[in-house]
Design a protein around this ligand. Sequence first.
Ligand SMILES: *[C@@H]1O[C@H](CO)[C@@H](O)[C@H](O)[C@H]1NC(C)=O
Ligand SMILES: *[C@@H]1O[C@H](CO)[C@@H](O)[C@H](O)[C@H]1NC(C)=O
Length: 308
Amino acid sequence: MLNFRRKVLLVVLLALSFMLLKRYFRNPAELRLSDWFNPRKRTDVITMTDWLAPVIWEGTFSREALRKHYHTQNLTVGLAVLAVGRIADKYLEMFLQSANRHFMAGYRVIIYVMTESHRMAPGTNVKAARSFQVFTIPDDIWWHDPDIVRMKTLGKHIVEHIQHEVDFLFSMTASQIFQNDFGVEALGLRVAQLHAWWYFKDAKDFPYERRPTSTACIPFGQGDFYYDGALVGGTPLEFLDLIDVYLNGVANDFQKGLNSSYESHLNKYFLLNKPTKLLSPEYNWDSSFFPPPQVQYIKVAQHSRRRV
Ligand SMILES: *[C@@H]1O[C@H](CO)[C@@H](O)[C@H](O)[C@H]1NC(C)=O
Ligand SMILES: *[C@@H]1O[C@H](CO)[C@@H](O)[C@H](O)[C@H]1NC(C)=O
């Protein structure tokens, strides 16, 4: 009898610990920050925000500790890229090839290409390990605001299938190019990109939306950083929340005859919903500027926006 009870107890305990283990492995957030991140390794830059979110600079994180953790998980990471018009002609192929080499190397990746319907499905010569999906957007996108079309399209696809396909999602533009390893150190619930130019400037000069009637307004004296709209990351559901708030903000402003940019709305969103992880300017360096000593290892370069 006792023996039987013991056995039952053992089975229950085993099941319980298995559930805990599963929970642990299913939720990447359970990796402790101190296990892989050391803010004191870089004293020349901001490595931790006031709300204790890490700012990822080369040298602050351990690739080995991250690899050990994330390789036990069956992780899929999505990368959505908008490529239309001349930017697609010029850069899409390069973007995809560089993503293939450097974006989340060693992990399952799905690249979602948002492009016009007349454009052929790209990526005929890319590694089979990487999967692609192409979404078409209206050919006359330039008549509309491309950011609104992009976010509407992405939101629709997140609801319909992306949320079931990936654990994390990043959104970029084809005018960027990966130059070095962009790995799991960048994963997080809400991931914001520090703007390469404005990071080194005075906060009072940030080009936030200042018109008080706009939903995106950030008054002088407020705001944490200036975030770059070219790269955003997070879980699919957090992404959906951002898209929802953005589209509602745009609709609100439209009724008042205002048209704040996507980046202004994004900056407001991250003021109210603090990012859980920030990427240093190394993750989106503007190639028209010579990097200062703080920028040691450029992961992504942005073709100069002025030349496109
Ligand atoms: C890993 O994930 C993929 C895609 O989500 C799925 O097809 C596969 O069955 C999963 N493998 C395990 C061991 O869970
Ligand atoms: C807002 O509209 C004005 C006037 O039509 C235009 O010049 C400006 O570029 C627009 N701004 C944005 C962010 O779309």
